[in-house]
Design a protein. Structure first.
Length: 217
């Protein structure tokens, strides 16, 4: 046995007695060894020997359950706990339980928000979606311009069809614009800069940048 290990073994009874009194709960020799070996460098044999020695001296209590021995501090050394003290402890337990539940609920909300953000479009995907929308809108505007220029050649049926398509495309425009706005707002919640700076950095151009106004329904 090394000198350090021998010194640790010699001081084991005092260390274990203090530990059991501070924790005031039952432990097996294996539990005590696992909890203290790293901090105090105690070997398992030294722990077992010290616990048996303390039990023989009456400084701690020993209970045998089948093949296992359990050790705990002598309860006679502790002051009696009054009903008022117990009620105070119960109140603390209730308060702490409520706090834990509140924290768990907050964690669930944060996890849900994180899941929503991670499932949203990435910045490159959003840029691509915006470019596609701009291309579609440009095509619709050009088509509408040509239709307006040839008003005298449009039949009532074709006019109605075009109007219906216009309604459909405007509805899709609003839907996609709202989706893009919601996605950018979600990203901006954790973005350290302003909305304008974010749009400039990722190259997002809005309808307002080109004085484009969504037609009335």
């Amino acid at each position: 046995m090394s000198k350090g290990r021998a010194e640790a073994a010699a001081g084991a009874p005092g260390i274990l007695l203090k530990y059991l009194q501070e924790q005031n709960r039952p432990y097996s020799a294996q539990d005590v060894f696992g909890n203290l070996q790293r901090e105090h460098g105690l070997g398992k044999a030294a722990v077992v020997k010290a616990l048996e020695q303390l039990a023989q001296q009456g400084k701690i209590k020993e209970k045998v359950y089948g093949k296992q021995k359990i050790y705990f501090a002598d309860q006679d050394q502790f002051a009696m706990v009054s009903d008022a003290d117990l009620q105070g402890l119960d109140a603390k337990i209730v308060a702490l339980t409520a706090k834990v539940q509140s924290l768990q609920q907050s964690c669930r909300h944060m996890e849900a928000e994180l899941k929503e953000l991670t499932s949203a479009l990435t910045t490159p995907e959003m840029q691509k979606e915006i470019q596609e929308l701009k291309k579609e809108c440009a095509g619709y505007r050009e088509r509408l311009k040509n239709i307006k220029a040839a008003t005298n050649h449009v039949t009532p049926e074709e006019k109605e069809r075009v109007y219906s398509e216009r309604q459909k495309y405007c509805k899709e425009w609003r839907k996609r614009k709202r989706m893009a706005t919601e996605l950018s707002d979600a990203i901006l919640e954790g973005y350290p800069k302003s909305k304008k700076q974010f749009f400039e950095e990722v190259g997002i151009e809005t309808d307002e940048d080109y004085n484009v106004k969504l037609p009335d329904p």
